[in-house]
Unconditional design. Structure first.
Length: 304
């Protein structure tokens, strides 16, 4: 596919066509490493159906070690893109061409250099019952401790393309913070295999799946992580909570300090729930997201 480097594995017998991508953001490393591990494991003689793997969708952003590419665009807000557009628009258009040919789709993410995200499998609460039931099966089979179903009308994303094409799709997150967590690489690798097993694509013996926490919220803008708890000013952010921690209204999520004057202000929680995204890079600009709280959720199991 023009603009994207793909790895194709075609099985000896018929089955679904699974598309798995990583590197939509160039500073998210766990998924990229997991897919390189996966490509050496799923041999044609082992699988039914076919698998298309794209370890790095956004090569421009990856070269910059940045969320966005050289044109400053976020690929996860740029779909369906343009074939004759900028570098990110072209990558988005090429990704769309792959998604619409798939029977199942998984997009692997983490928190990048600025954030950490509690390990979760997410999906859009689409209107099609047959699609959403497959998405729930995929998310449960992936084996991460949190499953999060969210608003289906957000645009520009890989999952909004899948929604419009009626392709069952999930995205997954695993920590981040500028690292490539070995536990995250392993969990994403095993999760991909487990979804293949769920849909009879692979005979694979895995550890028994844990019982996940499941939250579905179809309120507008649920799932939009970059819009939550925006920094009221530029400065230095120091978290007062940990990922997965339960918090109540008014509790301090962290302290934001002016880098020059030292004047600080606390960032209070405005809802009760569990912290599922937390800013880990201390340097922030005004408007940067500092945290996401999963509303009405109890404290989540700690992860590494």
């Amino acid at each position: 596919m023009d603009g994207l480097k793909t790895i194709e594995v075609v099985g000896k017998t018929e089955g679904p066509h699974l598309l798995i991508t990583a590197g939509v953001h160039g500073d998210e490393f766990e998924g990229i490493e997991a897919l390189h591990r996966l490509k050496g494991f799923i041999l044609p003689e082992k699988i039914c159906g076919s698998v298309t793997i794209v370890p790095v969708v956004n090569e421009s952003a990856f070269a910059l070690r940045n969320r966005c590419g050289a044109d400053g665009l976020d690929l996860a807000r740029t779909c369906p893109g343009k074939h004759d557009g900028s570098v990110t628009q072209r990558a988005a258009a090429a990704l769309v061409q792959l998604i619409v040919t798939a029977d199942l789709y998984m997009d692997l993410h983490s928190g990048g250099v600025a954030m950490e995200v509690y390990p979760l499998a997410g999906y859009m609460l689409v209107e099609s019952n047959s699609v959403i039931e497959k998405q729930r099966r995929m998310a449960h089979a992936f084996g991460l401790p949190l499953i999060w179903g969210t608003y289906s009308k957000l645009e520009g994303r890989s999952l909004s393309v899948a929604r419009d094409a009626r392709v069952p799709a999930i995205y997954v997150e695993y920590l981040g913070g500028g690292r490539c967590h070995p536990a995250g690489v392993h969990s994403l690798f095993i999760g991909c295999l487990s979804v293949m097993r769920e849909f009879d694509m692979l005979d694979f013996a895995a550890d028994p799946a844990r019982t996940p926490v499941i939250h579905e919220n179809n309120n507008p803008d649920s799932g939009h992580m970059q819009a939550c708890y925006p920094a009221p000013k530029a400065g230095r952010f120091e978290p007062s909570v940990r990922l997965g921690q339960g918090v109540g209204v008014g509790e301090t999520l962290g302290v934001l300090s002016d880098s020059f004057s030292g004047v600080s202000c606390r960032i209070p929680a405005v809802e009760t729930g569990a912290v599922i995204v937390l800013r880990t890079n201390p340097r922030v600009d005004q408007g940067d997201s500092l945290a996401v709280i999963l509303e009405n959720a109890d404290e989540l199991p700690s992860v590494t």
